[in-house]
Design a protein around this ligand. Structure first.
Ligand code: UDX
Length: 443
């Protein structure tokens, strides 16, 4: 099959490289000439484990191409994926669809023969209809179908998520288009990944409902964690105790500083707007979004409290800046609100992140970035772990204690056992877990 991917951003690049790896002929198109030149030279503009090798292999075997002009690639394509950005529109929280509409116009002008146009970007319910109307208007004669095929890729695990998905969702009522989609994904559903074919609006809503549900799960456990602190319970054990119920499931029940990233905050907001416009508000999701926003700054105040209520003139070491590990993505990262809250209270920040420092510099100035974790900790009054990179899971705690002016550690990801740190003489504050020595099972 011949596939054209419009937009060589995160989703487009991962999906394009994976389709090429399945044996399809793929061209990734992007308007940014610098990006396309870099890709042709083997440089990957984003940090995603395994992606550079996957792109290089498929370029070498002649299945993956890059171009700035979509005309040729669209003309010969069986399927054209729209994987352009849909940022939150400034001011009203609606998704900004101008890139999607523009792509639809350009695709329309170029299609030749039956072509399946696939929206892969996360788009509000009804966008497929709008794309279809645009193409029909530009090219009344064209033979095409518009399909919704949302992605469920997690940053840092995008390639394995693409190749071993829990499910593939295809929204179309056109049987011929469904066949094209089945052929594209055949290697996957031969591997037992279920492929659901449903109508287009349902597929569009599945994406938002999935992300909103996951965001709700996280926010739920975060509030339970706060309650645990007040009543002397342990949130990790609550999560395990409820997660073993199959109806609940144990995943996405890690309490932390609040969700961030390019998807959850934007998609929950967009669903809230879609639902308000349809006069069918999703009040749970409205609350989730509001609670999560407030939480990020509350985490900064938690650090201040751990420092005795005052950080003015103190130095705080921050480990982990990206919104989660294994990415360089700083979008909506909780570290931003935590650091700003501390700075507003008069603290100086020394920070380290394995991959995120370049991106962090763009949003957080007035921070001293260090070359490793220990240099950030050296001479600080307290240490805060904001993102659970593996590199922070086995710090040399004796060294950490010796380097800190005060042995204060705030672990916003619960990566250390409280008793271990408390016995070593740390003031150790985590999320929803004991802050004083407690009896361990079997001890
Ligand atoms: C998410 C969805 O998982 C993916 O299916 C969708 O297509 C895009 O959005 P991503 O944004 O890459 O993917 O990150 P994810 O791993 O889901 O984490 C999102 C945020 O939630 C992170 O800030 C993470 O730290 C936080 N999180 C996740 C928790 O705080 N607790 C959890 O238990 C899980």
């Amino acid at each position: 099959m011949r596939v054209t991917m419009i937009g060589a951003g995160y989703v487009g690049l991962v999906s394009g490289a994976c389709f090429a790896d399945f044996g399809h002929d793929v061209t990734c198109v992007d308007k940014d000439p610098a990006k396309i030149e870099a890709l042709k030279a083997g440089q990957i503009p984003i940090f995603e484990p395994g992606l550079a090798e996957l792109v290089a292999n498929n370029v070498r075997t002649g299945r993956l191409f890059f171009d700035t002009d979509l005309t040729e690639a669209v003309r010969s394509a069986d399927a054209v994926f729209i994987a352009v950005g849909t940022p939150s529109r400034r001011g009203d929280g609606h998704a900004d669809l101008s890139y999607v509409h523009q792509a639809a116009r350009e695709i329309a002008a170029a299609i030749d023969g039956y072509t399946v146009i696939v929206t892969k970007s996360t788009v509000p319910v009804g966008t497929g209809d709008a794309v279809e109307a645009i193409i029909r208007e530009v090219r009344p004669d064209a033979d095409f179908a518009v399909v919704s095929n949302p992605e469920f890729l997690r940053e840092g695990a995008a390639i394995s998520d693409f190749k071993r998905p829990d499910r593939i969702v295809v929204g179309t009522e056109d049987e011929r288009a469904a066949e094209v989609m089945r052929a594209l994904y055949r290697p996957l559903y031969l591997n037992q990944s279920p492929l659901i074919v449903t109508n287009r609006r349902t597929a569009e809503l599945i994406k938002y409902a999935a992300n909103a549900f996951l965001a709700t799960k996280i926010t739920f456990i975060n509030e339970i964690a706060d309650l645990c602190e007040k009543v002397g319970a342990n949130v990790q054990e609550v999560a395990r105790g409820i997660g073993l119920d199959n109806r609940i499931g144990g995943k996405f029940l890690h309490a932390g500083p609040g969700y961030g990233g390019s998807c959850f905050p934007k998609d929950t907001m967009a669903l809230v707007k879609i639902a308000q416009d349809a006069d069918s508000p999703v009040r749970i999701v409205e609350t989730v979004s509001a609670v999560n926003e407030v939480r990020k700054r509350a985490m900064g105040r938690k650090v201040i409290a751990a420092c005795g209520g005052n950080v003015s003139g103190k130095t705080i070491a921050v480990l982990g800046l990206t919104f989660k590990p294994n990415t360089d993505d700083m979008r909506e990262a909780p570290s931003i609100a935590v650091i700003r809250t501390l700075q507003d209270a008069g603290a100086a920040i020394r920070a380290y992140d394995p991959e995120g420092i370049d991106q962090a510099r763009l949003v957080l100035d007035d921070v001293t970035y260090t070359k490793d974790a220990y240099s950030a900790i050296d001479g600080a009054d307290a240490l805060v772990i904001v993102t659970e990179w593996d590199a922070f899971r086995a710090l040399d705690l004796d060294r950490v204690k010796a380097l800190l002016r005060q042995p204060v550690m705030v672990d916003l990801r619960n990566i250390y056992p409280p008793n271990d740190l408390l016995r070593r003489g740390f003031t150790y504050i985590s999320i929803g877990r004991p802050q004083e020595l407690y009896e361990e099972e079997g001890a």
